[in-house]
Ligand binder design. Structure first.
Ligand SMILES: *[C@@H]1O[C@H](CO)[C@@H](O)[C@H](O)[C@H]1NC(C)=O
Ligand SMILES: *[C@@H]1O[C@H](CO)[C@@H](O)[C@H](O)[C@H]1NC(C)=O
Ligand SMILES: *[C@@H]1O[C@H](CO)[C@@H](O)[C@H](O)[C@H]1NC(C)=O
Ligand SMILES: *[C@@H]1O[C@H](CO)[C@@H](O)[C@H](O)[C@H]1NC(C)=O
Ligand SMILES: *[C@@H]1O[C@H](CO)[C@@H](O)[C@H](O)[C@H]1NC(C)=O
Ligand SMILES: *[C@@H]1O[C@H](CO)[C@@H](O)[C@H](O)[C@H]1NC(C)=O
Ligand SMILES: *[C@@H]1O[C@H](CO)[C@@H](O)[C@H](O)[C@H]1NC(C)=O
Ligand SMILES: *[C@@H]1O[C@H](CO)[C@@H](O)[C@H](O)[C@H]1NC(C)=O
Ligand SMILES: *[C@@H]1O[C@H](CO)[C@@H](O)[C@H](O)[C@H]1NC(C)=O
Ligand SMILES: *[C@@H]1O[C@H](CO)[C@@H](O)[C@H](O)[C@H]1NC(C)=O
Length: 221
């Protein structure tokens, strides 16, 4: 009985992980971690997996942004997607989406990621890049996975048959630490360091978040 309780308590922490299913990830970081101590999804920036593992097998992505699909075991996780340009990326310094609170375990598909960020860069056919997906659990620990891509004029986003969210998967704006503190006043967003997103309280659809926050956030980067 006691063992059973302990077992059930430990499972979520031990199994905490996510699969990056599209674009094709560099390697199955979860499987490799079981017998290689230099590989773990806890390791920045790409779970310990080098870019060379998939350099010759890059997923073709549309010039103005493509689909990203991952499958998380967390009931909620602050999630963001970054990009680095080049054949051998060391800096993932282009944030494709504002970090948001992904809720519900299971598969998330974002159909077209990064359009407003990529368009001004005039990406050309054949440009190589790498994508980094980060999920941060409520404990504050971050998990990483990366995928290597090549921008192609003829690439498309996933069709609606492949781009699906599991039931119960959703997203919301990140709630301010001070949210709900009435002495802060309802007209003020408190002292948020992220311009724009700090003003959003409570739960809003992620699409709305992107629309509302996107412009301001990109402008301030
Ligand atoms: C462990 O992974 C690292 C990084 O991918 C790799 O260089 C190394 O060869 C692997 N070691 C074993 C024993 O597979
Ligand atoms: C290359 O990518 C495709 C999917 O895009 C995958 O099915 C295939 O297994 C990959 N090949 C290697 C050698 O990783
Ligand atoms: C991103 O990093 C690369 C490599 O360090 C650098 O060349 C580029 O200027 C950086 N871009 C931005 C927007 O900071
Ligand atoms: C996705 O995650 C859910 C919940 O953790 C799990 O039941 C399912 O098997 C996963 N699917 C894949 C393809 O990893
Ligand atoms: C992209 O193209 C536009 C229009 O030609 C130009 O104004 C802009 O400077 C270009 N941006 C970059 C990053 O090259
Ligand atoms: C897209 O363009 C690339 C490079 O020109 C080519 O190798 C590939 O076959 C094309 N794919 C499709 C689906 O047309
Ligand atoms: C999946 O959920 C996210 C977060 O709510 C949302 O932005 C996205 O549009 C959804 N994807 C699909 C295919 O509905
Ligand atoms: C994220 O969502 C979960 C589930 O609704 C909630 O418990 C958590 O406080 C949220 N985290 C943040 C930082 O908004
Ligand atoms: C609410 O905010 C005020 C002013 O910042 C602070 O003094 C107070 O401790 C906060 N209360 C809670 C419950 O966080
Ligand atoms: C908000 O930030 C400003 C500038 O950093 C600071 O002067 C002010 O005291 C802060 N207000 C609160 C309530 O923390």
């Amino acid at each position: 009985m006691q063992f059973k309780t302990l077992f059930l308590t430990l499972i979520p922490a031990a199994m905490a992980h996510f699969h990056l299913t599209y674009p094709l990830w560099r390697a199955d970081s979860l499987a490799l971690a079981t017998n290689n101590q230099s590989i773990s999804q806890w390791f920045y920036p790409c779970a310990g997996i080098g870019q060379e593992t998939s350099a010759n097998n890059r997923t073709a992505w549309p010039l103005d942004g493509g689909s990203v699909v991952w499958n998380s075991s967390h009931p909620d996780a602050l999630t963001t997607i970054n990009l680095g340009l080049g054949a051998a990326v060391t800096t993932f310094n282009i944030s494709l989406i504002p970090m948001y609170n992904e809720t519900g375990a299971g598969q998330t598909c974002l159909s077209k990621v990064g359009q407003s960020k990529l368009s001004p860069l005039n990406i050309t056919d054949g440009t190589q890049a790498s994508i980094q997906v980060i999920t941060i659990s409520s404990t504050g620990a971050a998990l990483y996975n990366c995928a290597d891509i090549v921008f192609r004029k003829n690439a498309t986003v996933l069709d609606s048959g492949s781009c699906k969210n599991d039931t119960g998967v959703s997203g919301s704006a990140i709630v301010n630490a001070n949210a709900g503190n009435s002495s802060e006043g309802s007209g003020s967003s408190g002292n948020s360091t992220t311009k724009g997103s700090g003003a959003i309280k409570g739960s809003v659809p992620v699409a709305a978040l992107f629309a509302a926050v996107g412009a301001g956030m990109y402008a301030s980067l």
